[in-house]
Design a protein around this ligand. Structure first.
Ligand SMILES: [Zn+2]
Length: 286
C-alpha cells in the first residue's frame, strides 16, 4: 500500500481522473507476423534436439533461425523463466520492457519477443500456446508474463533479513550460462536479463498495483511454442516456486522439470526472411 497522500486533491480531480487512456503503442503500425504461414509448417516437423531443464536449475540450448521450439510441462505444474540471446552476439537479448509496451503484459499467439536497443527486432514469434484458452481471469491475471523480471537472491536477501538462497532463477540462469559459455560466474551473471515467465500466472492487484502470482493453470502435456526469427541461444530456469501458487526463493514448494524440444520444419514460412537489426540510423540528432 502507498502511504496516505499528503497533497490535497485539486477541485477538478475527478475530471482529471476521468480522462480516457490512450494506448501508447497502437498495434496498427506494428508489423505482425503472418501466423498462418508459420503454422502451415507445423504438420511436417523433425525433432532435432531435446533438453531437460531440471527443477531448481537451468539449462541452455540453441534454436537456429527458422526452427520451432516447444517448452513443455510433462510431470507437474511448473513455471519457467526464459532468457533469449542472439546466438552470435550475446549483447543482443530479450527486451521484456519494450515487448510488454508493444504487446501487453502477457504474451500469446502471434505475438513477438523483441531484442534490446540498438538491435531491436523480433527474436521469436509465438506460434502455439495450449494455455491460450486462459485469457485474463477475474483478478486481471494471465499467463506467460513479461513483467516479473525473475526471482533473485538479492531481492530475497533484502526481504528475508539477510537470507542466502542459491536456487533462485537468477542464480540458476547464471550457473547455466557460465557452464554453457565457459565464462566465470562473475562474467556470466551480467548476461542474465528480465525473463519471459513461461506458464506463470500473474498480474497486478487493482487496488495497490502490486505484482501478484497465483497457481499456474499449466497441466502435463501443455506447451508454449515459438518460431526462432534469428539464431537463438536460450536459457531457462525451472523456478523454485514450482507452480508459483505460494512462494518462491525457497526449497518449500514441489518442483518439476521442464522439457524443451527443437524442431526443424520441412521448409520456410512463405514470404519469410530472418529480420535484420533495427534500421534506425543511430545519429541521435547529431
Ligand atoms: Zn523463479
Amino acid at each position: 500500500m502507498k502511504p496516505e497522500s499528503l497533497s490535497a486533491a485539486p477541485g477538478d480531480a475527478s475530471a482529471r481522473k476521468a480522462v480516457a487512456p490512450v494506448v501508447c503503442y497502437p498495434r496498427e503500425t506494428l508489423p505482425r507476423a503472418d501466423l498462418s504461414a508459420y503454422r502451415a509448417l507445423r504438420g511436417d516437423l523433425t525433432l532435432v534436439d531435446k533438453v531437460t531443464v531440471p527443477p531448481r536449475d537451468a539449462a541452455c540450448w540453441s534454436v537456429p533461425a527458422g526452427h520451432f521450439c516447444r517448452i513443455r510441462c510433462e510431470e507437474g505444474p511448473q513455471v519457467g523463466d526464459l532468457n533469449l540471446f542472439h546466438a552470435e552476439n550475446l549483447d543482443e537479448r530479450l527486451f521484456t520492457g519494450k515487448t510488454r509496451a508493444l504487446n501487453g503484459t502477457h504474451i500469446g499467439l502471434g505475438e513477438q519477443l523483441f531484442s534490446n536497443l540498438p538491435y531491436m527486432r523480433p527474436m521469436a514469434t509465438i506460434t502455439h500456446d495450449t494455455l491460450d484458452w486462459y485469457g485474463f481471469d477475474e483478478f486481471g491475471g494471465s499467463v506467460h508474463d513479461v513483467i516479473g523480471t525473475r526471482c533473485d537472491p538479492y531481492t530475497h536477501n533484502l526481504l528475508s533479513d539477510g537470507g542466502q538462497y542459491h536456487h533462485c532463477c537468477h542464480s540458476n540462469l547464471t550457473r547455466a550460462l557460465a557452464r554453457h559459455t565457459g565464462r566465470t560466474l562473475e562474467a556470466a551473471e551480467p548476461l542474465v536479463h528480465d525473463v519471459l515467465n513461461v506458464f506463470m500466472c500473474t498480474g497486478f492487484l487493482r487496488d495497490t498495483g502490486q505484482y501478484f502470482m497465483k497457481a499456474s493453470p499449466v497441466r502435463p502435456g501443455d506447451y508454449l511454442e515459438f518460431f526462432a526469427e534469428i539464431d537463438l541461444l536460450a536459457c531457462m530456469s525451472a523456478c523454485p516456486g514450482g507452480d508459483c501458487s505460494s512462494e518462491h526463493s525457497s526449497d518449500v514448494v514441489r518442483c518439476y522439470p521442464l522439457e524443451v524440444e527443437v524442431y526443424r520444419p520441412a521448409g520456410r514460412p512463405e514470404g519469410w526472411t530472418s529480420p535484420s537489426i533495427n534500421a534506425y540510423g543511430r545519429t541521435h540528432g547529431l
